[in-house]
Design a protein around this ligand. Structure first.
Ligand code: NAD
Length: 321
């Protein structure tokens, strides 16, 4: 069995490798070659922590396993470690034997950013120039870096509930030599692509804040009750997701489907676009929206990829288990 510690991930995993792993597994899901297991998420009644498991099996990629972890809100203040903690476990699909244990913290950010960038690659207008961000926390910086590689963006604009966090976005824009402008929500009408990545429980982005032809990646809503966009925007958009079952239960579409403004049957897996069985964007004026809920198979895909890289570079620890 191989162990790849969290400290090794930054030097091993590239955005390109994460993109390829996530794109491949979305395609496998849409072909029916890979599926996610039901998600377990529990308030454990200790340290106010939320703990759970996201798992699945990718027959095409040969990945079987789960990500275990969650959110410990007092970690940073009490123990100086980050609040999100996760570990990925991979098993040999032929024997059930444990194959690898991989630090999952950085991988989570990379696979989440890869998901929205896969959606931008396949759904945004080719001439997209202005990237709009809603949210400026930990994930937002990863999202921004991955998104900027997908089109020839020449400007980043952003809104955040807490404006003091906006310099996080400005710094990443500067890494790419791009100007950054803080805007009101109405200002997002200038954006060709918008990423929402907040922990909001109420709609922030309204349909009136979005121009025709925009692609939106809704990435923050990964839990029952969270919400970033109004159901009318979901109704207006052609909607894609990583997994329909998650989208309508714990993803951004949970509210629109409950309100009856979007039918589950009108939500398409992004993998269908990757596989060419759905045309994706069909006009310059169409609003496309990706509901990125975060599936276990994404975690397994990037973890499997990082194990290969770690073995290749001699930094994976082998244990007799
Ligand atoms: P963070 O705590 O670093 O940042 C939170 C962001 O949300 C900040 O921009 C903050 O200003 C904003 N925010 C907080 N409360 C808000 C409110 N009430 N209304 C509007 N904005 C608010 O968190 P993070 O690590 O960047 O995670 C952001 C979100 O992404 C979380 O909801 C997290 O669960 C989710 N997430 C999703 C996936 C996925 O696969 N879809 C993966 C990882 C994280």
């Amino acid at each position: 069995m191989w162990i790849v510690p969290e400290r090794e991930i930054a030097d091993l995993m590239t955005r390109e490798a994460a993109f390829a792993a996530v794109e491949n597994v979305f395609a496998a899901m849409a072909r029916g070659d890979a599926y996610n297991f039901p998600v377990i998420r529990e308030a454990i009644g200790h340290e106010d922590a939320l703990y759970g498991f996201k798992g699945g099996f990718d027959r095409a990629g040969g990945a079987l396993g789960l990500k275990a972890g969650g959110y410990w809100p007092h970690n940073l203040e009490r123990r100086q470690i980050i609040n999100h903690q996760s570990t990925v476990f991979l098993f040999d699909p032929d024997t059930g034997k444990a194959q690898a244990m991989v630090g999952g913290n950085l991988l989570t950010a990379l696979r989440t950013a890869a998901a929205s960038s896969v959606s931008i690659r396949h759904l945004a207008r080719k001439d997209a120039r202005i990237l709009g961000m809603v949210g400026a926390g930990h994930q937002a910086t990863f999202q921004l870096r991955a998104a900027l590689e997908q089109r020839a963006f020449d400007k980043v604009i952003g809104w955040n509930l807490h404006p003091d966090m906006l310099p996080n976005l400005e710094k990443v824009a500067a890494e790419f030599g791009l100007p950054f402008e803080a805007v009101e929500l109405e200002g997002l009408r200038a954006a060709d692509v918008i990423i929402t990545i907040t922990s909001s429980f109420d709609a922030i982005l309204m349909s009136e804040h979005v121009s025709d032809g925009t692609h939106i990646a809704c990435m923050g809503t990964d839990t029952v009750g969270k919400q970033e966009v109004e159901p009318a925007l979901i109704a207006r958009a052609t909607v894609f997701t990583d997994e329909v079952a998650q989208s309508v239960t714990l993803g951004e579409c949970q509210h629109a489907v409950a309100a009856g403004t979007k039918a589950q049957a009108d939500i398409t897996e992004l993998g269908a676009v990757i596989n060419g069985t759905h045309a994706g964007r069909q006009s310059e004026a169409e609003v496309t929206l990706f509901d990125g809920t975060g599936v276990g198979l994404q975690d397994l895909a990037v973890a499997a990829s990082v194990v290969d890289l770690a073995i290749e570079k001699g930094v994976a620890i082998e244990v007799d288990f």
